[in-house]
Design a protein around this ligand. Structure first.
Ligand code: BDP
Length: 692
């Protein structure tokens, strides 16, 4: 597509209003479901097929009706309305059993010369198949050759919203919450349907609507009609509603003196609560629980275990639903290396959880940092269903700035061999996968346009963890921006490299948790005075005059021992290992000789510089792609990239200034000095930063 006439200096342009759709053209709202008209050979192939969706005039279910209209509208857009009514038609036939739901969503799309058949065990298969067919056509695949046979790798593919009842989104960088609890149930925003459409197009089949730091309000009768309205709206799209449950709810809103999971009155309260919910929402998904973590209440408040707490809730739900119990736990009183604590608390409970409990484990053992090894719980609890939790919102990876495509990071974790019974992706098959959502009420849903790619990639990998990040990026960029090869050949490699860029300037060599207090925005490696030791960046980098890094070998915290021996062996020797995890596992002298032949200090400074340079190059590349992208979205991305460029320089300079204040070392020859003295960086404050 040609751009509308645009001024030359894009990054300086005032970006049109974000919250209102004042701009006539693209504003990002349509996500990857734009179905822009095909051109050239792809259009000719589709016109030759001359398709018409051939379902009965009155569909047998809402889900089939949606599948049919998705297909009809998608085809009309892809062909630009250029189907010839007088020519023989290619028929697209739905053949999806009699059941509306209940299967796993598997589908087949098979084509012959004049017919395409979308089939599967239930009506949801037809909805998923319709989206898959449109995706293939959108990629320019010839309709006569389409052949898909897909089964989701795991049955639970959930988004977790960290949205609060008042509309604030914890770690949200795209405006206020998309959920309007104040106006529900009477008013259902159109966004709730578009949100379900987008999720269904990826196969996401469950949504936890509220923050893990949960308000007990969601368990009150007042909220039930609101939740019911949403669940009813999402059901035809195959999406089940879940809520985060506050463990102390029997006390907070139930009038009981205790929330002890073994107390009969507490059990009775939860049983009655579950019955009340299921009476209104027969397919309610279940509860997500953050317990005894970061001040949240939990069973340990009563001397009980995580299993006691989870199983009590599981009994209340029964066969009707699932308890998803988070393993994100660490304690201030515990002197143990924080990254070891979840394993220590949970491994002894293996085999003790009820069948409808899933333990949800973050991808790494710390907290969604740009670089972490996989969580040692994967593979270590063979008698427990585990679920992987990824963070789609970029709390620790630049928040809303620039282009940061997370699929390579997730794909790497999913494909890692645990050394104990398969890859992470295989270990989580009985459980599933959850992503902390990045949506908000910004017109483009995710704050930055390229953050839509993270929502998309999360869904695609949840469906099929074996899909390559490259393929996903290409699909997404072609559907979202432009199918022109020059555009795709430039932007896809850029996306693929982008998380690595952030890693270089925020977390080089496996440094972690060096961000500002509270808002987690920007660098603050100097912070060392917070109440709990493991909240402090200095706890993680352990830098002083002599060296830097966290010794997690046998000589240090021995977190390495929580991994299978074959895995631990890969990380035990600083001279042999992947240097992206070097300082995660080792404390080394600044003069440590690297494989490059340089010292650690030299290469550390260089890596920050590479990150900064890569971020800068991205702006220049984006400017060159102006002719491929509509004006508003181009301007908005240019502005986001300019912010990222600034942040990369800031992270580099502040970090180097701080390390120099400890080690007293000079910068390698020819290297630019930080723009400001260390105190200038220390003095920066961000009271207005979002997402806190
Ligand atoms: C941390 C976030 C915090 C979340 C917590 C969690 O900073 O806002 O509540 O994770 O996952 O990374 O519970």
């Amino acid at each position: 597509m040609m751009a509308l006439a645009a001024p030359a200096a894009r990054a300086d342009v005032v970006v049109p209003d974000r919250s209102l759709s004042q701009w006539n053209g693209e504003d990002g709202y349509r996500l990857w479901l734009r179905h822009e008209p095909l051109e050239g050979a792809a259009l000719e192939q589709l016109r030759a097929f001359n398709p018409i969706p051939g379902t009965p005039a009155s569909p047998e279910s809402e889900t089939l009706g949606i599948a049919e209209s998705e297909l009809r509208e998608g085809l009309a857009k892809l062909t630009g309305g250029s189907i010839d009514a007088d020519r023989p038609r290619g028929v697209i036939r739905f053949d999806c059993g009699r059941r509306e739901r209940g299967g796993d969503g598997r589908f087949r799309v098979t084509s012959g010369a004049r017919a395409i058949r979308i089939s599967g065990p239930d009506h949801l298969s037809c909805l998923y198949g319709a989206h898959a067919l449109l995706r293939e056509l959108s990629r320019g695949v010839d309709p006569a050759t389409i052949s898909l046979d897909e089964t989701p790798a795991m049955s639970l593919r959930l988004l977790n919203h960290w949205d609060n009842p008042d509309g604030h989104v914890e770690r949200g960088y795209a405006g206020r919450s998309i959920f309007d609890w104040w106006r529900l149930p009477e008013r259902l925003d159109r966004r709730m349907i578009d949100y379900a459409r987008a999720n269904a197009s990826l196969g996401i089949n469950g949504v936890v609507v509220n923050n893990v730091n949960a308000s007990p309000l969601f368990l009150t009768p007042h909220y039930l009609p609101k939740l019911k309205r949403l669940a009813d709206a999402w059901r035809p799209y195959g999406i089940r509603l879940y809520i985060s449950a506050r463990f102390s709810a029997p006390r907070d809103v139930g009038g009981l003196p205790t929330a002890d999971p073994l107390d009969p009155a507490v059990k009775a309260w939860w049983n009655a609560k579950a019955d009340e919910i299921y009476a209104a929402i027969p397919d309610f998904g279940g509860f997500l629980v953050k317990a005894n973590s970061e001040g949240q209440p939990g069973p340990q408040d009563y001397g009980r275990t995580h299993a006691d707490g989870a199983n009590m809730l599981a009994a209340a739900l029964g066969k009707r639903g699932t308890v998803i119990w988070r393993a994100f736990v660490y304690k201030a009183e515990d002197e143990t290396d924080r990254v070891k604590q979840a394993y220590q608390e949970f491994v002894p409970l293996d085999g003790k959880f009820a069948g409808n409990v899933i333990v949800q484990v973050k991808n790494g053992p710390l907290d969604f940092q740009p670089r972490e090894p996989f969580h040692p719980l994967f593979g270590a609890m063979p008698r427990t269903r585990l679920m992987l939790e990824a963070q789609v919102t970029r709390e620790y990876l630049g928040q809303a700035s620039g282009i940061v495509y997370l699929a390579p990071m997730w794909s790497e974790v999913l494909g890692t061999h645990t050394g104990r019974g398969g890859t992470v992706a295989q270990v989580i098959v009985p459980g599933g996968i959850a992503g902390v959502a990045n949506t908000g009420s910004d017109r483009n849903w995710t704050g930055g346009h390229f953050d839509q790619a993270n929502w998309y990639a999360f869904g695609r990998l949840a469906w099929n963890p074996a899909l390559s990040p490259e393929r996903i990026a290409r699909e997404w960029a072609a559907q979202t921006f432009s199918r022109e090869p020059e555009f795709l050949d430039a932007i896809v490699p850029t996306m693929l490299a982008s998380a690595g860029t952030v890693e270089k300037y925020i977390a080089p060599f496996g440094l972690a948790h060096l961000m500002g207090t509270g808002h987690h925005y920007g660098p603050a490696p100097w912070v060392c005075d917070l109440a709990r030791p493991e909240w402090n960046p200095c706890y993680y980098h352990r830098a002083d005059k002599a060296g830097i890094g966290f010794d997690r070998t046998a000589g240090g915290s021995d977190a390495l021992a929580q991994y299978a021996p074959s895995v631990a062996a890969r990380w035990a020797d600083p001279a042999q290992m992947d240097d992206r995890l070097l300082l995660w596992f080792h404390h080394l002298p600044w003069q440590h000789p690297m494989r490059s032949g340089n010292t650690l200090w030299h290469d550390l400074v260089a890596r920050y510089g590479q990150g900064e340079a890569e971020a800068g190059a991205r702006s220049a590349l984006w400017a060159r792609l102006a002719d491929h992208v509509d004006y508003r979205r181009h301007a908005e991305v240019a502005a986001d990239l300019a912010t990222q460029e600034k942040e990369a320089r800031w992270w580099r300079d502040a970090s180097i200034a701080y390390w120099q204040s400890l080690n007293g070392l000079a910068l390698p020859a020819g290297v630019r000095r930080p723009d400001h003295p260390l105190d200038w960086y220390k003095a920066k404050t961000f009271p207005e930063a979002p997402g806190q």
